[in-house]
Design a protein around this ligand. Structure first.
Ligand code: CO
Ligand code: CO
Length: 314
């Protein structure tokens, strides 16, 4: 079934659904919730909300309202934990200018939290996760490696300082990056980097197209501390799945170290925005991002015509 007002639906795994209401207004809808990935309930609430709002920012939209989704083991867990989660979440929503309208909770063996988010966008300005063009540069706005750090944390091997850095990154809204992006006129694809890892989300940008990607492994923003964990084999299960799913599209050049290849498949929580834009706009966007405190934003690759449907990591 097709609807003439449907702009983005379930077909292409876009970050959110988009439905046109009028010539200059479309609705963006998305839902995301998960089990705690950090110990501190307040921080978990913040990360869960930053993650849920991110899909609206990735479409180029503005999140307006949200509903809480809560699963909680009320008989075995202290209610104050839930209160802290919700407080962290609410503060992030305020920071994003998003109004909480309500929500729903169910009893469950394991806590889960997240949001259903509604946003708006000009239908002519919707950014999809595909459509990268030859000559574009690829920009990434947050460092990668949070999945590996979370795995090291569970193994009690991650130093506090590193965990703190990763948490700060995950709790950071992609709002500022999206605001700055909106002044560019030639963004041809955008997505946020989450569970499929950088290579998985990059692959979506060129899949079934006539272009390919060259990734610059030496320019990648990443938590360099993860090298040690990768070399010890402390890797999340999702990393192996991501690799298995996408490695047929990927060529590693000898200039890219093995540990960085692992990082490229690392599933991220609340990762940065990955965007493909005309090269004339990339340098000034990066400068503006650095000036606004998005210090890790970097040009990490380019879109080429020579190797269609493939990602060369050099
Ligand atoms: Co997404
Ligand atoms: Co253009």
């Amino acid at each position: 079934m097709t609807d003439p007002n449907l702009i983005a639906g379930i077909e292409h795994c876009d970050d959110a659904g988009v439905y046109k209401l009028s010539d200059d207004l479309a609705l963006i809808q998305t839902v995301d919730f998960f089990t705690p990935i950090v110990d501190d309930p307040y921080t978990f609430g913040q990360v869960a909300v930053a993650n849920a709002l991110s899909d609206v920012y990735a479409m180029g939209g503005k999140p307006l309202t949200a509903l809480n989704i809560i699963c909680f083991p009320i008989n075995t867990m202290d209610i104050s934990i839930l209160q802290d989660v919700l407080r962290g979440g609410l503060e992030k929503m305020r920071e994003g200018g998003v109004l909480l309208l309500g929500g729903h909770s169910v009893e469950d063996d394991e806590m889960k939290y997240g949001l259903s988010v509604t946003g708006i966008i000009d239908p002519k300005k919707v950014l999809l996760n595909r459509g990268a063009r030859a000559g574009d540069l690829l920009v990434l706005t947050k460092p990668i490696g949070t999945g590996i750090i979370n795995t090291a944390l569970k193994a009690k091997m991650a130093p506090d300082e590193l965990v703190e850095k990763a948490i700060q990154s995950m709790a950071e809204l992609n709002k500022k990056a999206a605001d700055l992006m909106s002044s560019c006129v030639h963004i041809h694809a955008c997505t946020d980097v989450t569970g499929f890892g950088l290579l998985g989300h990059a692959a979506e940008m060129i899949e079934e197209s006539d272009v390919g990607i060259v990734l610059f492994s030496n320019r990648l923003p990443l938590f360099t501390e993860i090298k040690e964990f990768v070399e010890m084999g402390i890797l999340p299960a999702g990393l192996y799945r991501n690799r298995k799913y996408r490695e047929h599209m990927v060529d590693q050049r000898s200039t890219c170290p093995d540990w960085i290849m692992d990082a490229l498949y690392d599933p991220q929580t609340s990762g940065g925005l990955l965007l493909s834009l005309h090269r004339s706009e990339a340098e000034s966007l990066i400068k503006a991002m650095h000036a606004e405190g998005i210090k890790d934003a970097a040009i990490i690759g380019e879109i080429v015509r020579e190797t269609s449907n493939r990602i060369i990591v050099e």
